[in-house]
Design a protein around this ligand. Structure first.
Ligand code: KG4
Ligand code: ZN
Length: 362
């Protein structure tokens, strides 16, 4: 079955056509217009500017992926309707509603975070040449602990079955990606800050600065990154007062920031694994593209001494699907399709701050 998907919750306008055949998914076409360069001049995403650019790009992006596909063969349209920037979400959603009405196709509303989780489950390594992803939709990978790390979210979610989520913990202030972005801004690096910090961190020494690891030993699964950002602000100011910051100092700062964020994410996730004893760990979202994080998570899961790690399967999101894209919305959308979970264009709405699952008491 073929499915058209649309994503516009933040600053990426993206659409894809996917073909599903049991556990195999083929990405027939994908087009993403990233607004990163546009928002760089403001040092972050400006919602009004994002929505205007979605308006300009949504139809060209959809036209590109639909191309000469026979519209008859598209069985449904999946679109992100929550959470995200309200006006950005509305551009994608209203477009999907019009197409659903005009083409008479069922409409599927997808939670953006659910999209990140489903992207995280994919195993793109197996058949890169033919761009076939392997979706473990038939395989029992549950219960799974999911770590979603992006510019807007840092959440630990317990997933007991397809579409069944419970919130274990979340950030109390900034998201991990937001922390990368804000620290980069302090250091005078361009937006988005994650890739910029990561690039400089490669040549840096993470032991040079002892940055805080907020809530590291708190008895719950919540995160906090605003204190780390403030510590970077003061440290950078102090270093600058002494002398001009050298390239080596900048590299060391970047490595220390990256390591502090990775330490907190790994420590809390391992704690959740100890408690919930899942079969799988799924890591996804823009920050999951971070190489230090990927390497250290693989290592931690392999050599950790807790028995709950022995049979744990690690699903690290394929690099191509870490950042926002419409493939992930199509993947989650297909799961809703299998459950006949559709919405009507007449009453579906966008919700800017909807959560994924209710919080478990910890
Ligand atoms: O998932 P995403 O594309 O958008 C949201 O849903 O927010 O994530 C974007 C975030 C940005 O904060 C960006 O700085 C961060 O992901 N990011 C990274 C890396 N690549 C992107 N953070 C750390 N290391 C990276 N390599
Ligand atoms: Zn995202």
């Amino acid at each position: 079955m073929k499915l058209l998907s649309i994503e516009s919750s933040c600053d990426e306008t993206s659409s894809a056509v996917l073909e599903f055949n049991r556990d195999q998914v083929k990405v027939l076409s994908l087009a993403t217009f990233s607004q990163a360069k546009i928002h760089r001049q403001y040092g972050g995403v400006v919602p009004e500017v994002a929505a205007r650019n979605h308006c300009l790009n949504i139809l060209p992006v959809i036209e590109k992926v639909v191309g000469r596909t026979d519209i008859e063969k598209i069985k449904a349209i999946a679109v992100t309707n929550r959470p995200g920037l309200m006006t950005s979400l509305m551009v994608g959603l209203e477009t999907a509603k019009v197409l659903s009405y005009a083409w008479n196709k069922p409409l599927i509303a997808v939670n953006h975070l659910e999209g990140h989780i489903y992207a995280g489950m994919m195993n793109a390594e197996e058949d890169k040449k033919n761009e076939i992803l392997h979706a473990p939709l038939q395989k029992n990978i549950f219960p799974a602990v999911c770590l979603i790390i992006s510019g807007g979210h840092t959440e630990l979610i317990l997933m007991k079955a397809h579409g069944k989520y419970q919130l274990i913990g979340r950030t109390r202030d900034d998201a991990s990606g937001e922390c990368f972005d804000k620290c980069a801004k302090i250091l005078g690096l361009p937006y988005p800050g994650g890739p910029a910090i990561s690039c400089l961190a490669k040549a840096g020494n993470s032991d040079k600065h002892d940055l805080p690891r907020p809530l590291l030993s708190s008895p719950n699964f919540d995160f906090s990154f605003s204190g780390l950002k403030t510590a970077v602000l003061y440290l950078h100011r102090d270093l600058k007062e002494k002398a001009q910051i050298s390239q080596t100092q900048l590299q060391n700062l970047c490595a220390s920031i990256e390591q502090a964020i990775v330490d907190v994410l790994i420590s809390k996730t391992l704690k959740a694994i100890e408690k919930f004893k899942p079969k799988s760990l799924i890591i996804s979202g823009g920050v999951a593209a971070n190489q230090r994080l990927r390497f250290q998570f693989q290592k931690a899961v392999k050599i950790g001494s807790d028995p709950s790690l022995q049979n744990l399967s690690l699903y690290l999101c394929p690099l191509s699907l870490c950042g926002d894209n419409a493939v992930m919305i199509g993947l989650a959308g297909y799961m809703h399709w299998l459950k006949n979970d559709f919405v009507s264009w007449k009453d579906v709405r966008a919700y800017p701050s909807e959560k994924l699952g209710l919080k478990i008491k910890s």
